[in-house]
Design a protein around this ligand. Structure first.
Ligand SMILES: *[C@@H]1O[C@H](CO)[C@@H](O)[C@H](O)[C@H]1NC(C)=O
Ligand SMILES: *[C@@H]1O[C@H](CO)[C@@H](O)[C@H](O)[C@H]1NC(C)=O
Ligand SMILES: *[C@@H]1O[C@H](CO)[C@@H](O)[C@H](O)[C@H]1NC(C)=O
Length: 343
């Protein structure tokens, strides 16, 4: 039986939001202490298997110490200790909330200074958010990113911060061509492969590959080999025609337009799923807007809406709310969703 299990009367169980909040607090108090200095012995868990000397509210630069093999770092009422991994006392290693959605299912910290949207699900989405300079991502922070000097420590371990190495894609079988691909990539500003259009005979067989070369976004259009189609979900060339391709419809004029949020059809083509999506992070403008994506005769379409009055769009609850969502905080520097920049 889990030591954290709690029993509540049925009437309270029905109050799901409160229950989730309570569970969230329990989780935070037991595991959300990565990089937080434990003043009992002035040590912190640097990772789930490493401890580090520290001072309260100061980002430690001390060299981390490894726990013995089979032991994990645990921050508790007796200070930070290395405890046996499988101890029956239920010692739960610290620094394990990286890549986990927060209790409101709004975001997950993916690095000490980065996060991703969860869109009201327990799953981390294909999304890249960055904290403003000097700020760190904390799963328990109402503004996503906070300052270590204010006592907000990174939820992810600095040990896991890796410089994302760009994977080179196999383009051997594809035929490069020029066009507006580089303009497209300059607008997308995210490395990856993007669908070009919906025409089963032409654009559905192509994709644009965007990559950063010497600080500039460069794009090239490739055609899948043989009679293959580009699958925008798996980002691979496939033999069966994706449902988004159409043999009858003429190629929409929007095919080579970058999927920005001001271009709902292209944005929804990138989302590839019916539903409501956020537009941006600017508290006074884009934070009040949302886009509804839907399939329209085999092509993705979208409509943009603005919340009534002074309300903001909440990407997790998918409703217009009066409180400023955490994604709209000034502590957030940038955010993308499925490769589309949310301004
Ligand atoms: C989480 O938030 C609560 C309430 O704001 C705070 O008391 C707690 O210290 C926070 N925990 C972490 C790990 O940031
Ligand atoms: C922890 O560090 C603080 C600030 O440097 C110091 O005042 C305190 O005595 C230290 N506590 C222990 C147990 O070493
Ligand atoms: C496209 O890729 C997705 C994800 O891998 C897969 O589920 C789907 O069946 C693929 N579609 C086609 C037409 O191959």
């Amino acid at each position: 039986m889990s030591p954290n299990r709690i029993y509540l009367p049925l009437s309270q169980l029905l109050q799901l939001p409160q229950l989730l909040l309570l569970l969230g607090c329990l989780v935070a108090s037991t595991r959300g202490t990565c990089n937080v200095c434990n003043t009992v012995n002035n040590l912190t868990c640097y990772s789930s298997t490493q401890m580090q000397a520290c001072q309260p509210d100061v980002l430690s630069t001390a060299t981390p110490t490894d726990c013995p093999s089979g032991y994990v770092c645990v921050s508790g009422s007796s200070g930070v200790l290395c405890e046996p991994q499988d101890s029956a006392s239920g010692s739960q290693a610290d620094c394990q909330e990286c890549n986990t959605c927060d209790s409101t299912q709004t975001f997950a910290c993916t690095g000490t200074q980065s996060f991703a949207l969860c869109l009201g699900t327990p799953t981390v989405q294909d999304s890249v958010g960055t904290c403003a300079s000097g700020y760190v991502c904390n799963i328990n922070d109402t503004q996503i990113c906070g300052l270590p000097a204010d006592g907000v420590m990174a939820t992810c371990s600095y040990a896991d911060d890796t410089t994302t190495s760009t994977t080179t894609t196999s383009t051997t079988a594809a035929t490069p061509s020029t066009g507006s691909a580089s303009t497209y990539c300059a607008a997308v500003q995210s490395q990856g492969k993007y669908a070009v259009g919906y025409n089963a005979d032409t654009t559905c067989r192509q994709y644009i590959y965007c990559t950063l070369v010497g600080g500039s976004w460069v794009g090239q259009t490739y055609t899948c080999p043989g009679a293959m189609y580009f699958n925008s979900s798996s980002k691979m060339c496939v033999t069966s025609m994706p449902s988004t391709c159409s043999t009858s419809a003429p190629t929409p004029a929007t095919t080579t337009v970058a999927p920005t949020t001001s271009n709902p059809a292209a944005y929804c083509q990138a989302m590839q799923s019916e539903g409501y999506y956020p537009v941006g992070t600017d508290a006074s403008t884009t934070c009040r807007q949302y886009i509804y994506c839907f399939l329209n005769g085999g092509s993705w379409s979208g409509n943009m809406y603005t919340c009534a009055g002074n309300l903001y769009y909440n990407s997790a609850s998918k409703i217009c709310v009066s409180s400023l969502p955490s994604t709209c905080s000034t502590t957030v520097a940038s955010l993308t969703l499925n490769g589309v920049v949310l301004d």
